[in-house]
Ligand binder design. Structure first.
Ligand SMILES: Cc1cc2nc3c(=O)[nH]c(=O)nc-3n(C[C@H](O)[C@H](O)[C@H](O)COP(=O)(O)OP(=O)(O)OC[C@H]3O[C@@H](n4cnc5c(N)ncnc54)[C@H](O)[C@@H]3O)c2cc1C
Length: 563
């Protein structure tokens, strides 16, 4: 009786977890409700807000709106964090580079948001000491770095302070650094995150506050009907809302917004490569200056792996199709090897890669003509004649503040539910943690299960560890040298809205990025679990695996071995 078994498992998890269920069954219920509402004519109970896009911006908007009491629906054509929000450099940072562009306001805001995220999601936003070396002939000599980082300290309200070291000190901190012409380094604080997990956790928080989320269902067209917005979704479904915000990241275009959506973005492709930590054993994140360009690169330790990136090249085409080009690795590796000559980098050393598209806002003159690296990372709200609002640009780091701006904007003039009652409340998104529960104590990390789970689940790791102790097979790792456990697969399917193999293996437990076999050894078992949860025909397992292989190949240029 597979269905009964599935329910029992899910119920056990629910009893222990403050998270609401989010699996195939909830999706079926939501679809049934939406169809019923569409049939009965929704005009009397429209959604207060429909958000198109479930990247970090859509998730942030949904959370903000739901906390304020708006009846909120989010739709995405793919999975949560399918787009740019699972393809970034994974930094929660002020952006030292933007200081040079004079974007002090942006840096100040990003550092404020960094502080808030430390409090809201301490397990997902890990402060790290970044090493920024300077070599003779670098565009940014040591004295300039020092000045810039002093300003960075001030803009962080001295929550963090940089430190300068000479060449010997820099080598003591990072022995891999090239010594020739090394002048020294500046050490400063920023944070590393898991972008897809931050997005997912934000969306789960939105759901906990009442938002509904429908993934794998693209919005095809928008129209205005009797003063309400009608969103036509794939599959013939229509949903009606009092306000609509398009948070489609690099997909924001004329299709959903009409003329105001034309040419608002310039897209820039960025690629990252993942290698084994022993091949590039940096001790902490490293910043590398690119000769002859204003670009900087990051080399970031990631458990038993290290990743490096990124490129910044203009891109045209569907953002979902962007992948790794054959020349990307060679170009990045030679830049890294200049500073880390002993790094073992070559095509045969690549574990995996990812590729994303930055949605950069056009319409503000870049300070200097040139490539996309010069374009502003500021965000912008645009509104078309029908009152459809789009939120574009910005950064992962500033998502909460961007979302607040957008929700503040759309609730203006939107009558509250109780006409006698107070107006919509102000945003309180910075006051509540993303994951509920008592923070983990240091001693708890002595449990290897908790130690593996903590970075993704924070206080919820206790629930997962308890479940894994009940069913020992769930305590196993998926791959020996990576911290992902089978209990998380069960959780992804029952509580994290995963429907497809790449939802699990690319965004929730990123074996597609960290496992040399790209998840091949566990793909069939997980596909079987997914198909069972969907109540689908076992014959679909092959199609699910094939779909995964195609998607991984498209993004990383690497083939998933036969499974
Ligand atoms: C290479 C790179 C490195 C970066 N590094 C950093 C960093 O280190 N730190 C940082 O703060 N920021 C970084 N950024 C920026 C950051 O990642 C983005 O600003 C952010 O993720 C954008 O989120 P979004 O929600 O706007 O877009 P997305 O995450 O792309 O989300 C848009 C969503 O809309 C959905 N969608 C599109 N069309 C439709 C439709 N018609 N119907 C329904 N759904 C639709 C898509 O499926 C997608 O899920 C980086 C970006 C790149 C590309």
């Amino acid at each position: 009786m597979p269905v009964a078994r599935r329910n029992t498992r899910a119920e056990t998890l629910a009893e222990q977890s403050p998270l609401p269920h989010w699996g195939a069954e909830e999706r079926r219920d939501l679809l049934a409700r939406l169809h019923a509402r569409a049939r009965s004519g929704e005009a009397e109970t429209p959604w207060d807000l429909i958000v198109i896009g479930a990247g970090i911006i859509g998730a942030g908007i949904a959370r903000d709106a739901a906390i304020r009491g708006l009846r909120t629906l989010v739709v995405d054509g793919n999975d949560v964090a399918f787009g740019t929000s699972s393809r970034s450099t994974r930094l929660i940072h002020g952006g030292v580079r933007y200081l040079e562009q004079g974007e002090l306001g942006l840096v100040y805001e990003a550092l404020r948001e960094r502080r808030r995220l430390y409090r809201m999601a301490p397990h997902l936003v890990q402060p790290s000491s970044f090493v920024f070396p300077a070599y003779a002939g670098d565009r940014l000599p040591l004295w300039k770095l020092r000045m810039g980082l002093a300003l960075y300290d001030a803009l962080s309200l001295y929550q963090s302070r940089h430190r300068q070291v000479d060449a010997a000190g820099a080598r003591a901190i990072e022995p891999l650094l090239e010594t020739h012409e090394l002048r020294g380094a500046v050490l400063y604080e920023d944070a590393v995150t898991d972008d897809a997990r931050l997005t997912l956790t934000t969306m789960q928080s939105a759901r906990r506050h009442g938002a509904s989320v429908l993934t794998h269902t693209p919005a095809l067209r928008l129209r205005k009907d009797d003063g309400l917005h009608v969103v036509e979704l794939a599959g013939g479904l229509e949903v009606t809302g009092r306000r609509v915000i398009v948070a489609a990241g690099p997909w924001t275009s004329e299709r959903l917004l009409g003329a105001p959506g034309r040419g608002v973005l310039k897209l820039s492709r960025g690629v990252h490569f993942v290698v084994r930590a022993e091949d590039v054993p940096v001790r902490q994140p490293l910043v590398i200056q690119v000769r002859g360009e204003r670009r900087i690169l990051f080399v970031v330790p990631w458990g038993t792996r290290t990743y490096l990136g990124t490129t910044d090249t203009a891109y045209e085409g569907d953002p979902g199709d962007c992948g790794v080009e054959p020349t990307d690795a060679e170009a990045l590796f030679s830049l890294v090897k200049r500073v880390l000559p002993s790094a073992r980098l070559g095509p045969e050393r690549i574990v995996s890669a990812w590729s994303g598209v930055r949605p950069l806002v056009l319409g503000r003159a870049p300070r200097r003509a040139g490539g996309t690296a010069e374009l502003s990372r500021k965000h912008r709200l645009i509104e078309n004649a029908d009152g459809v609002v789009a939120l574009i640009g910005g950064k992962l780091t500033t998502y909460r503040a961007m979302a607040k701006d957008a929700v503040d904007h759309v609730i203006e003039g939107l009558p509250a539910h109780d006409p006698e009652g107070p107006r919509w409340p102000r945003a309180t998104t910075h006051l509540e943690p993303l994951v509920l529960g008592r923070p983990l104590a240091v001693e708890e990390f002595g449990d290897p299960l908790i130690a593996d789970l903590a970075q993704r689940h924070g206080p919820d790791s206790r629930t997962l560890a308890a479940r894994a102790r009940e069913v020992p097979a769930l305590a196993e790792r998926l791959v020996a040298d990576l911290p992902y456990r089978w209990v998380e697969v069960e959780r992804a399917i029952a509580f994290e809205g995963a429907l497809h193999l790449d939802d699990v293996l690319r965004r929730r437990l990123p074996l597609a990025l960290t496992d040399p076999a790209l998840g091949a050894r566990v793909a069939r078992k997980i596909a079987t679990m997914l198909i069972e949860a969907r109540g689908a025909d076992g014959a679909e397992i092959e199609a699910e695996i094939e779909r995964y292989r195609e998607l991984v190949f498209r993004e990383t240029g690497r083939s998933v071995p036969a499974v």
